[in-house]
Design a protein around this ligand. Structure first.
Ligand SMILES: Nc1ncnc2c1ncn2[C@@H]1O[C@H](COP(=O)(O)OP(=O)(O)OP(=O)(O)O)[C@@H](O)[C@H]1O
Ligand SMILES: [Mg+2]
Length: 409
């Protein structure tokens, strides 16, 4: 694996570039601030005879341009992106259509999702490329392209924007808005549960996206935390409209048992494979997601997908307050209504749900749960609630430890 470097592989950014780029992506610093800090850094390095001096983050903090508490956030994201860059080096795909592959963002039931540069419009996009095993079936590919086209027509602040579908020598792909941040699934994995206020805000934003799509006759069918992207500035964006049904209905895929995805959020009528699946299936799934956001647990657990599906079909949902006694009765009532077994017992529309969530939000005591994470900046005193001095000391400690393991900035 040695020899001349492959010229078609874009060089991964060095640590300093990555740190600056992420700071900018997360809206924490401006490009001009990063450029100036880099200049200061090289001046100091030159003055010290070429030895590394202060790191970029330190300089930005020193200049009052970056909050100390923002640094761990940048370092965490830096680690993720570094992994994505090294993964991209392992795969052969360098270019698809007019897109240059930069990094691997993740993988799902349909294939890999790449971060890529759209060379025509000079912008960064997320590119979902259909897995080879799915491209052999022409009918499947046609339906994929059709679904992507329908979803690309949706334009809403809470929906990941679609830039259209393409096909490069038999590899169908979908280009979409790149969301720098994390999925709700990743947040839940890391934090277990969300503060009630934030959980309601996320659910309301997803409901707004659904309302908009439902009015245009598009049902999502796979509302789940992995399909909810939370941008660095806290914006909530739903993705993958219409794609789930392709995977679930693909007999080869279903029979082999792979790639069926999670059944943790599936509506009873989807379990029954009823022909009468409508927008209310999405409301049920959103109820299951909200259940998890406030309790830290999925509504039904089981050793395999079949058991979980049977419970969605037959078993009564627990009152979420049995798992999270601190949440409000209103929030619990919203969840239980969303997760009614009969679609007719749920909300009629996502718009009605939005109204109820807003009422639940208004009824919450103002500062009961500061929105301290999940894409939102934490208030300065949030760390432990023991006052600014203590929080700053703790953050300094975290910062120092992270710097020790993240050398070479
Ligand atoms: N628009 C995007 N911007 C940034 N990252 C994205 C975007 N879309 C997807 N990703 C990343 O790619 C990962 C894989 O997405 P993908 O939709 O393929 O998988 P999934 O949602 O886990 O499963 P499924 O195939 O059932 O949708 C996501 O978890 C996310 O980290
Ligand atoms: Mg997805």
């Amino acid at each position: 694996m040695t020899g001349a470097p492959d010229p078609s592989v874009p060089n991964p950014p060095n640590e300093r570039q990555l740190f600056g780029e992420i700071g900018e992506d997360l809206g924490l610093v401006t490009g001009a601030q990063v450029a100036q800090a880099l200049q200061v850094q090289s001046q100091r390095r030159a003055a010290a005879g070429g030895r590394a001096q202060d790191r970029l983050g330190e300089i930005l903090v020193e200049r009052g341009e970056l909050a100390l508490r923002a640094i761990p956030k940048i370092l965490l994201e830096q680690q993720r992106r570094r992994q994505g860059h090294s993964l991209a080096g392992v795969f052969r795909l360098r270019q698809i259509g007019s897109y240059e592959i930069i990094a691997v963002l993740g993988s799902g039931g349909m294939g890999l999702v790449y971060k890529a540069r759209d060379t025509v419009h000079d912008r960064i996009v997320a590119l979902k490329v259909l897995a080879l095993r799915l491209t052999a079936d022409e009918e499947f590919v046609m339906r994929f392209e059709r679904e992507v086209r329908a979803a690309s027509a949706l334009s809403h602040p809470n929906i990941v924007g679609g830039f259209g579908a393409g096909n490069d020598g038999g590899r169908p792909y979908l280009a979409m808005e790149y969301v720098a941040g994390r999925t709700l699934g990743e947040w839940l994995e890391a934090d277990g549960r969300l503060p009630e206020r934030r959980a309601l805000e996320v659910a309301r934003d997803v409901a707004q996206a659904l309302g908009y799509a439902h009015e245009r006759g598009i049902v999502h069918r796979d509302v789940k935390p992995d399909n909810v992207l939370i941008a660095a500035d806290g914006a909530v964006k739903l993705t993958d409209f219409g794609l789930a049904k392709l995977i679930r209905e693909d007999r080869r895929v279903t029979q082999s048992g792979i790639a069926i995805g999670t059944t943790d959020y599936i509506a009873p009528e989807q379990v029954e494979a009823s022909r009468y699946i409508d927008h209310r299936a999405d409301l049920y799934s959103l109820g299951a997601v909200l259940f998890q956001m406030v309790t830290g647990q999925v509504p039904f657990d089981g050793p395999n997908n079949n058991e979980v599906m049977l419970k969605h079909l037959n078993e009564k949902v627990r009152d979420p307050r049995r798992l999270a006694p601190d949440i409000s009765a209103r929030t619990a009532a919203v969840i239980l209504r969303l997760m009614a077994k009969r679609a007719a017992d749920r909300y009629d529309t996502a718009g009605e749900l939005v109204q109820d969530i807003n009422a639940a939000l208004r009824a919450l005591p103002p500062e009961s749960h500061p929105a301290a994470a999940h894409g939102r900046d934490a208030p300065a005193t949030a760390a432990g609630g023991r006052g600014p001095g203590c929080a700053a000391a703790l953050l300094l400690l975290v910062l120092f430890a992270l710097y020790l393991v993240n050398c070479a900035l």
